[in-house]
Write a protein of this length. Structure first.
Length: 120
């Protein structure tokens, strides 16, 4: 499996980033129930897709490549919209913008590396 390392790095990164985000959401007492719910839902999509792609690749499920494509698309789309929104939002501190810019670049970079290195 030629593309195993890039895919595993992407899946591991995705899992760790979004499990950490879930922890932050649950601990944030300033969020309303609705605000918490949509954030948990979005983060849950990342975590579930990362786990499903990992398992699908392990059992060599024929849908593993399209599932990886779905996670790559979800990651890229999420950060293209949300990440740019954070950067442009004047309500966020510079440090917050830097951290999220690094998360965005890391996520999209690993997604693209995984996608272009995958077994076809």
């Amino acid at each position: 499996m030629r593309g195993e390392i890039p895919v595993l790095l992407f899946l591991g990164w995705t899992f760790l980033v979004w499990v950490g985000r879930i922890r932050n959401i649950v601990e944030d007492e300033s969020l309303s129930s609705g605000g918490q719910a949509w954030r948990l839902g979005a983060a849950g999509v990342f975590v579930v897709l990362a786990v499903v792609v990992f398992v699908a690749r392990r059992i060599r499920f024929r849908w593993a490549p399209p599932l990886l494509g779905a996670l790559v698309a979800w990651t890229t789309g999420w950060w293209a919209i949300r990440g740019i929104g954070i950067i442009l939002d004047g309500n966020h501190a510079v440090g917050f913008k830097i951290v999220h810019s690094l998360l965005m670049l890391g996520s999209i970079g690993l997604a693209m590396w995984a996608w272009t290195s995958r077994d076809r």
